[in-house]
Design a protein around this ligand. Structure first.
Ligand code: 5GP
Length: 207
């Protein structure tokens, strides 16, 4: 049985829910991880670096990646395209890493369908829509129009929470971070179907 096989942790939730802050708090306590860097057609925000936060591409380049089957999943979010490249994810899984995705509900649905037996999904939400509005406004990175779009999308996403394994309400940062740490460490212990079969066959062998 391969106890070193990797696993996937999907994090979803509205921008402004605190996903990156929570991850930064627990990164040293969850073992070897690979943070998947998505490809997007959205323009970089102030402070965002190509190859660190996203791979920023134009629509033609994105379409080329779709045509060449480079994505594990891709989706249109707020009118921009976002996609998760398959190759680095495969590599990280092969090396026994916990692969972490920050993707939306559409992406989670695809990843769960394709790789459900090694995937654990978490939806992270602020306690209320008004908290989200305050957080987005105080971040000062988006125009009012963009913020309105994000709030609208958050309203829609909330109705799909039942598609996730866990919900974390990010009210108290310490408690939320500790909960995420526990889930991330447990995600590694999820046993792929084939390993269960192998184990149960070996377990039956009596000398
Ligand atoms: P933002 O533009 O605020 O960075 O991200 C907007 C939304 O797109 C977030 O909900 C984020 O989780 C989602 N997102 C980022 N990368 C991907 C991806 O590769 N695939 C999918 N499906 N969603 C993504």
């Amino acid at each position: 049985m391969n106890t070193n096989s990797g696993a996937i942790l999907v994090l979803s939730g509205p921008s402004g829910a605190g996903k990156s802050t929570l991850l930064n708090k627990i990164v040293d306590d969850i073992g070897a991880c690979y943070f998947s860097i998505s490809t997007t057609t959205r323009l970089p925000r102030k402070g965002e670096v190509d190859g660190v936060h996203y791979y920023f591409v134009n629509k033609e380049e994105f379409q080329k990646d779709i045509d060449e089957n480079m994505f594990l999943e891709h989706a249109n979010v707020h009118g921009n395209y976002y996609g998760t490249s398959l190759k680095p994810v495969r590599e990280a899984l092969k090396n026994g890493k916990l692969v972490i995705f920050d993707i939306d509900v559409q992406g989670n649905a695809v990843v769960t369908k394709r790789l459900g037996d090694i995937t654990t999904s978490v939806f992270i939400s602020p306690p209320k829509l008004s908290d989200l509005k305050n957080r987005l406004e105080s971040r000062q990175t988006d125009t009012m129009e963009v913020i309105d779009g994000r709030l609208k999308m958050a309203r829609n996403e909330i109705h799909r929470i039942s598609e996730y394994d866990y919900l974390i309400i990010n009210d108290d940062l310490e408690i939320a971070a500790n909960t995420l740490k526990i889930i991330a460490n447990a995600a590694r212990l999820k046993i792929p179907g084939e390993d269960i079969n192998e184990f149960s066959q070996k377990w039956e062998d009596i000398d």
